[in-house]
Design a protein around this ligand. Sequence first.
Ligand SMILES: *[C@@H]1O[C@H](CO)[C@@H](O)[C@H](O)[C@H]1NC(C)=O
Ligand SMILES: *[C@@H]1O[C@H](CO)[C@@H](O)[C@H](O)[C@H]1NC(C)=O
Length: 253
Amino acid sequence: MASSLPALQIILPLLLLLGTCSANLIRGGHKEFDYFTLALTWSGTECLSVKDSCPTNACSRSEVETGFTIKGLWPDYDDGTWPSCCEGAKYDENEISILSNDLSKYWPSYSCMSSSACGSFDASDLAYEWAKHGTCSSPVLGNQYEYFSTALMLYFKYNISEILSESGYLPSNTAEYKLEGIMSAIQSALRVTPVVKCKSDAVEQVQICFDKTLQLQECPSTASTCPSLVSLPIKNTIKPLETNNLSFRGMRA
Ligand SMILES: *[C@@H]1O[C@H](CO)[C@@H](O)[C@H](O)[C@H]1NC(C)=O
Ligand SMILES: *[C@@H]1O[C@H](CO)[C@@H](O)[C@H](O)[C@H]1NC(C)=O
């Protein structure tokens, strides 16, 4: 291993200099990713124990329905690791303003707190996803518009909420479903195995994977964190507290 280091030290800067010849390296010296994971969140599970209530949290918004919303579109390496915080343009809402209605409904935040990503503090979840993951999706997706619109396109095209409901897996606060059945419903619709993750027995996340031409592919690891019987809870919409509603107080005064 040590003997290959000097060679690498010469080749790496050369590749970066040549730029166009660096087939396997993207800006910032990260190795190009291998495949995409599209991660989806089951809104009903995410809102089971709402920690924060505020008008921007999906758990307080009735237009976010029971079903899957987008959690992220992540460039990944085959070995189970992933690049993050690559170089790229700073998040700019104006670049994706045409997508803002869809993003707000289908890629909502489940928190009232702002997130910090890649060393900089940003207000929104979308800014975080772009800085941490989106910037690493080059050269397949070259900018913020391509990144967010591709995620939405894949989400619309492979409607997992619909696949489940058509197979009889309906949102319910009492029904228990076989994990195996849920997995095979998705598998027979898409011809790939989904990754299913749970919080206790409630389905929390479904992930499906795509190659770099955006065709479905098997995920390298499909280990599930779920018990054999799982649930798909109905989303409980909790109104934000109105403790500081001055107009209300004013009316009463
Ligand atoms: C997915 O399918 C369901 C059920 O047919 C539908 O209500 C929902 O709007 C679809 N979601 C998207 C994002 O198209
Ligand atoms: C404040 O309370 C009033 C009366 O209940 C209600 O109509 C109004 O929508 C509330 N405003 C906000 C910002 O929650």
